[in-house]
Design a binder for this molecule. Structure first.
Ligand SMILES: [Mg+2]
Length: 140
């Protein structure tokens, strides 16, 4: 779809789930699945071991295109952008924002537990269901 990015790089803890082993935030899995059905590659990028993040993604039933456990997200984001083109990053931590800025990806801050917005974010959301609308504004 021309108005959607090619990929979404999504953080896990604090963004899709509050933390490993906990139920996903309302709407998170459904929204990600809708994007995927629309042709957006869903890439989970977590500061975790590959085994830990893969196991937790599988637990939730999320169908992701790629699951990456990384020490530093910036190189992973940059590699995705260079390989896949237009994308966006979603996360809840200042380190996620820094990595997105470094890779020149628009950043959407997850504020699902009522956190204040960071300076420098492209946009933010406090409910996953808002993201269906927001994502359409950043596509090519
Ligand atoms: Mg997080």
């Amino acid at each position: 779809m021309a108005d959607l990015p090619n990929f979404v790089a999504v953080d896990w803890n604090g963004t899709v789930v509050p933390f490993f082993h906990e139920p996903p935030y309302p709407g998170a899995i459904e929204v990600l699945h809708r994007w995927r059905e629309a042709g957006v590659l869903v890439v989970v990028v977590s500061h975790a071991s590959q085994f830990t993040i893969e196991a937790d993604v599988e637990r939730t039933g999320l169908q992701a295109d790629t699951v990456l456990g990384v020490h530093d997200k910036a190189p992973a984001f940059l590699e995705l952008r260079l390989r896949l083109g237009a994308g966006v990053a979603l996360g809840d931590h200042p380190a996620d924002l820094r990595a997105a800025l470094e890779a020149e990806l628009p950043f959407f801050q997850a504020r699902l537990d009522g956190q204040p917005a960071f300076a420098g974010t492209t946009s933010s959301f406090s409910d996953w269901r808002e993201m269906d609308h927001l994502l359409r504004k950043v596509g090519a």
